[in-house]
Design a protein around this ligand. Sequence first.
Ligand code: ADP
Length: 252
Amino acid sequence: MTSVTTERPPKGYGAGFQNTTSTAEQRSAAGLIVKLQQVTKVYANGSRALVDVNLQIRRGDFLFVTGPSGSGKSTLLKLLYGEERVTQGKVTVNDYDLTHLRGNHLSKLRRQIGVVFQDYKLIPRRTVAENVAFVLWAQGFTRKEIHRRLTPTLKMVGLQDKAECFPEQLSGGEQQRVSIARAIVSTPPILLADEPTGNLDIDNSWQVIQILKKLNSIGITVIVTTHDEHLVRLSNHPVVQIRNGRLFHARL
Ligand code: ADP
């Protein structure tokens, strides 16, 4: 079975980023947070995006998923946050079996997963602060709690001075950092980033990776897809590669 683990112990969140998980969950922190067992995904048009994929990711890990465009990277992430369902096999995320997960249970799982996309997906007519706060507001957080979380989160991504700017007033790198802030403001234990550097130059890409590393260092499990082999080589994190829907170890 393909298994990806590191020797590092699981970590709790740092100051300003209090973990929302219970003590019992923290106690099981040494366990697996993601498990794919013989997963195959065939889309309705017959496209085989993933074939017999086995993967284990431990709490607190940082994993790169590489591979050429069209190899199945996005599909893998979509299966993890329930955007797509497996055709065969089993996906478990944070103790949820995604095979039949629907309705409230799926929403509950999704609240434990932050997602960052290549194209940022910010609300254009909302400020940086509003874009980030919106997630908390939608999840029913109080105004006081939203206020308490906003500043440390923007600081975390180096955007505390841009809180009142609109997305169009920001560079691509800054917009991506807003989308990272939005993904982590509710302190999810898992962060999925789908080609987060795909639209960025090398400096901004590296900055984004540094932020993802920082988030990982305070306990968030981070899974990043990229087709940028250079970026992966600059880092020392475990890497798996997908080619034609099949998963291979590239570096553990
Ligand atoms: P990557 O993220 O590596 O670029 P994807 O996971 O997006 O790859 O796609 C893997 C394969 O699945 C490709 O052949 C792609 O065309 C196909 N695919 C992705 N999404 C769909 C979909 N919604 N319907 C049909 N085929 C899809």
